[in-house]
Every structure is written in C-alpha cells, then in structure tokens.
Design a protein around this ligand. Structure first.
Ligand SMILES: Cc1cc2nc3c(=O)[nH]c(=O)nc-3n(C[C@H](O)[C@H](O)[C@H](O)COP(=O)(O)OP(=O)(O)OC[C@H]3O[C@@H](n4cnc5c(N)ncnc54)[C@H](O)[C@@H]3O)c2cc1C
Ligand code: FES
Length: 286
C-alpha cells in the first residue's frame, strides 16, 4: 500500500491573497518548559482554519517577522487551533513574549499534511521525540476523536528529561485511556520519575504491532528519526508506511520562492509530510 502523503487534496483552499496574514487572537497560553510555549488561537474572522493534521501555518509577529509552525491541534477541534513554539530566534522569542489577548498574523494552512480519512481501519504507531510531539499531536487527536474508524493505536513519547516532556496533560489522558497504549521514556530521569529510562527505541520491545496493518508516524530530531525508522522497518513496517515530517527554512510557504527546496522538491508544498521511501531518495532530506 502506498501512502498518498504528498496529496494536495487535503490542503484547504488558499486565501485569495496568500501573502496577507489573517489576524488571530491568543485566547490561552502556557509556558510548557523554559524553551517551549503553547498557544490557543482564534482567527478574528471566526472561520475555522480547516487544516489537515500535520500541516503548518506561517505565524507572524508584527514588526519582527514570520516563521513556519505546525498546527498541533486536530481539525476535529475546530473552534480554535493550537501552536507549540520553541524559542530559538527572533520570531519564536518574540512569540514567547505574547500572551492572552495579543494578536498574531496567520497565513495558511500550508503543506500537504496527512489525510487520515484515507487510512480508515489501519493501526497507528506514533513515535514522537521532543518537539516532534507537536505535529504528531494533531494526528493523534484526530485519530482519537474518530477512534471507531481506526484499529490499534500505540503512542511512544520520548524526551530528554521529565521536565522536557511537552503536552503532559494530553499524555496523562492517553495513558489513562484503555483503547490506546501509551509509553513514555526519558533519557535522563529526575528525582521521583518512576517511568521508563532510555532512548525512545527501547520502547519498541514493550509493544506488539501488526506490521501488515500499521502506519508508523515518526517525528523527532534527526538522530531519533534515523534509529526509530530502523526499528519500525525491523518490525516489518514497509518504508512507504513510515511517515515523517521534514523541516526546512521557509519564506513563502506556497512553492514560489524556492527557499525550502531539496533537489527540486518543495518541502512547503509537497511536504512537510513524506514517507520514508520518499525521504530516502532526497539526499540531505533528514
Ligand atoms: C514545516 C515546519 C514546521 C515547524 N513547526 C514548528 C513547531 O511546531 N514549533 C516550533 O517551535 N518550531 C517549528 N518549526 C521550526 C521553526 O519554524 C523555526 O524554529 C523558526 O522558523 C525559527 O524562526 P526564528 O525567527 O525564531 O529564528 P531565526 O532568528 O530565523 O533563527 C534562529 C536559529 O534557528 C535556526 N533556524 C531557523 N529556522 C530553522 C528551521 N526551519 N530549521 C532549523 N533551524 C532553523 C537558524 O539557523 C538560527 O540558528 C517548524 C519548521 C517547519 C519548516
Ligand atoms: S517556502 Fe517558498 S517555495 Fe517553499
């Protein structure tokens, strides 16, 4: 089975003026860690973002600039959408200064995203390391909101330390659900941590999957991705059912400027979601 990860059919219709940001108001915010902050955002025009899971928006902080950020909530929860931002530079640090009531600019949604409706009945194995849980969460929420449409759901989450774990409220909820298997691990435990210790690949020996029915969604830092894909492949999941999300420097988000190009592939438009089979052919992809 091949996964139509690059289908553009799941992306919503672009706005008439795709370079003009829509205004959106921050209605909730939480500092998850010193580096990562979560925001819930509502467009001023009240229209849902209508994004496919694992797509992204170009977020602007006025007077500072624009940055691509994954929508970390599912389109099934459409009254608002959510972002989780790691402060690394000018735009992301400026976003960390914002809070409830502040206004952002939003362009998009952009990217192919992932169309879960094309995979009804399948099992899902999510392997999310660090900030990779942000794009993965949009699809996890979608699958859990349509739980009856999918088979077995397994979620593996890894972080460097317990304090680095993002979306801790969600993780607790997933762990308590009988219809989902959720395992969490940290590289370095802190006092009081009673969970798994070790890199995320060590969790594979604790799960049982049916490779013939499973889609593996693997998102995290490049080193994690490399070893997690090897584990998924060794479980028998084929390359065209290992799904990942690529990050590249972006400007337009529309396939026009070429900033995100890898050997003729426009990550902003043809991606960011690719199968491992596709990524393998893009040298420098990961
Ligand atoms: C499709 C996509 C989805 C993303 N989703 C998220 C998300 O959900 N949350 C999040 O926090 N970040 C996400 N990012 C990364 C985010 O876009 C960058 O961290 C952001 O653009 C940095 O902007 P800045 O102005 O704060 O940093 P700058 O001032 O531009 O740069 C600061 C430093 O970060 C480096 N940098 C900038 N952009 C990137 C990049 N794209 N990849 C690697 N290094 C970069 C620069 O080289 C520099 O060292 C995503 C990127 C892409 C392409
Ligand atoms: S960001 Fe401009 S072509 Fe991809």
């Amino acid at each position: 089975m091949s996964v139509p990860a690059t289908s553009t059919s799941v992306a919503s219709t672009p706005a008439a003026t795709p370079f003009l940001p829509k205004l959106a108001r921050i209605v909730a915010a939480e500092q998850f860690t010193p580096k990562e902050k979560w925001f819930r955002v509502v467009p001023h025009d009240g229209r849902p973002l209508a994004h496919p899971p694992m797509s992204f928006v170009q977020v602007s902080v006025f007077g500072v600039g624009e940055a691509p950020i994954s929508v970390c909530s599912s389109p099934t929860r459409e009254q608002a959408f959510e972002l989780c931002v790691r402060a690394v530079g000018s735009v992301t640090n400026a976003m960390h200064q914002l809070g409830v009531g502040d206004t952002l600019g939003i362009r998009g949604p952009f990217g192919n995203g992932f169309d879960p409706s094309a995979h009804k009945g399948k099992d899902f194995l999510f392997v999310a390391g660090g900030l990779g849980l942000a794009p993965a969460r949009s699809l996890i929420q979608y699958v859990l909101d349509r739980r009856q449409d999918y088979g077995k759901v397994t979620i593996l989450v890894g972080a460097r330390t317990p304090g680095d774990l993002l979306f801790q409220g969600d993780i607790q909820e997933w762990v308590s659900r009988p219809d989902v298997q959720t395992l969490v691990t940290v590289d370095r435990p802190a006092e009081g941590w009673k969970g798994n210790v070790g890199v995320i690949t060590t969790l594979f020996k604790k799960i049982k999957i049916n490779p013939a029915a499973t889609l593996a969604v693997i998102i995290g830092p490049p080193i994690m991705f490399k070893y997690a894909v090897l584990e998924a492949l060794s479980c028998g999941i084929p390359e065209n059912r290992c799904i990942c999300s690529l990050e590249r420097r972006m400007k337009c988000g529309l396939g026009w400027c070429g900033h995100c190009q890898i050997r003729g592939t426009y990550v902003c438009k043809e991606g960011p979601v690719f199968t491992y089979e596709q990524v393998k052919r893009l040298r420098e992809g990961i």
